[in-house]
Design a protein around this ligand. Structure first.
Ligand code: FMN
Length: 388
């Protein structure tokens, strides 16, 4: 049996299957997951955010929280995670990083990644306008995340001044996990759904010299992958389905929350980063936040610029660094558990190699979930409340 899909070529490297495992912070995609994904012939992405939570011995903390950006985004841990991911990949696939533009110390993280010899950098949650400057002459593929053709034009125009264009582009639609590139209303608007945006962004990528387009957000199985490849995209980025793997770096508690989640438990919430974020809302932390219980928050890690040292955390009722760090550490009471819209479809754990074989048609995909016809999806719910 052969894979149903062609390899994915970006800049000067090629991977066997056209699948990128999306970066997932804090600590959901580190060395184990990214290494296993690359080993299976795909692109395995290490998340750069909150690496102070990886191993804490060398990290300065207060009340268990990494102190300031230098400890939260911990250089030595980050480099060690990358070394370990590359060892696990054993020369297969490609190891790269996901670095959020919104993080404090963005430039340092980019330089750490380049120094570690990553093959690619994926960057979103803001516009990575200065990424080529920070990378310099290094032979690293640069892959911005966009939400529209307008953003493609903006980035390409700016990067061209530095003699570069993106080596590929990720279009992330509003069914993704974690932070969205759209407003809440746009996420619910049929016009902004991935299948509608794809041809528009594809046209921009073609106009800028056939930049390979990768699509993300709600891609679940080989039929979805085929649907997008048939339209001319080069590959897909998937994250949520990888949470259901043994190799995923998330805590057992994290995996259990996703495995137990139902469709109606997954919603968009406000985040101190300034974008809506999708996660499981039926957890103790979210029940308190949504119920209006909002204790004063002291900012210890200073993780992202848009939060303004905790100002936004105090408005939305939780600290994103603490909540994601606690999810990483397995605290059901205080953790925040991000997932894409498809989180409820993750019903079991399996090995990454098995999952990838299913995704490319080398193995029967027998992962099933029970779709409850009485539970409408988020879009239908929104339309109903707008009409009512
Ligand atoms: C738990 C979780 C954490 C995520 N964290 C990040 C992140 O730190 N940076 C980022 O650019 N995208 C992040 N994402 C988005 C994914 O990289 C990916 O593009 C998206 O979730 C794809 O949609 P899917 O989950 O439906 O496959 C996260 C997604 C999940 C599920």
């Amino acid at each position: 049996m052969n894979s149903e899909f062609k390899p994915l070529k970006i800049r000067n490297f090629e991977v066997e299957h056209p699948i990128i495992q999306g970066g997932m912070g804090v600590g959901v995609s580190w060395d184990n997951l990214a290494g296993a994904v690359a080993r299976a012939g795909c692109m395995g992405t290490v998340s750069s955010v909150g690496t102070g939570y990886w191993k804490t011995e060398a990290v300065r903390t207060i009340n268990g929280r990494p102190l300031k950006p230098v400890n939260f985004h911990h250089s030595e841990n980050f480099k060690a995670i990358l070394r370990s991911a590359m060892e696990k990949a054993a020369g297969h696939g490609a190891i790269g990083v996901n670095i959020l533009c919104a993080v404090t110390d963005y430039e340092r993280q980019v330089r750490d990644a380049v120094e570690s010899g990553v093959k690619y950098i994926i960057s979103g949650a803001g516009l990575p306008l200065r990424l080529p400057e920070y990378v310099g002459d290094a032979d690293v593929a640069l892959i911005p995340i966009v939400s529209s053709p307008r953003v493609v034009d903006l980035i390409c125009k700016r990067w061209k001044r530095h003699g570069r264009l993106p080596d590929a582009i990720v279009l992330e639609g509003p069914k993704s996990g974690g932070h969205q590139g759209y407003t809440y209303e746009q996420c619910m608007d049929p016009e902004y759904q991935l299948e509608v945006m794809t041809p528009k962004v594809l046209a921009s990528c073609k106009a800028w010299g056939n930049i390979p387009l990768i699509v993300a957000g709600g891609v679940w199985d080989k039929h979805d992958i085929k649907f997008y490849l048939d339209q001319g995209v080069a590959g897909v980025q998937m994250a949520t389905r990888f949470i259901g793997t043994y190799e995923c770096d998330a805590s057992d508690t994290f995996k259990r929350v996703i495995l137990k989640s139902r469709k109606q438990d997954i919603k968009l919430i406000k985040s101190p980063v300034g974008y809506p974020a999708r996660g499981v809302i039926t957890t103790p932390l979210m029940s308190r936040v949504l119920g209006g219980i909002r204790p004063k928050i002291t900012c210890i890690s200073n993780c992202v610029d848009p939060c303004n040292h905790g100002q936004e955390s105090n408005k939305v009722g939780y600290c994103i660094a603490d909540a994601l760090g606690d999810a990483r550490n397995g605290s059901i009471d205080t953790g925040l558990f991000f997932t894409g819209s498809n989180g409820y479809r993750v019903t079991k754990l399996q090995h990454v190699s098995e999952l990838i074989e299913k995704l490319v048609g080398l193995r029967v995909d027998d992962d099933t979930w029970i779709e409850d016809p009485n539970v409408p999806d988020e879009l239908t719910l929104q339309a109903a409340s707008a009409a009512g």
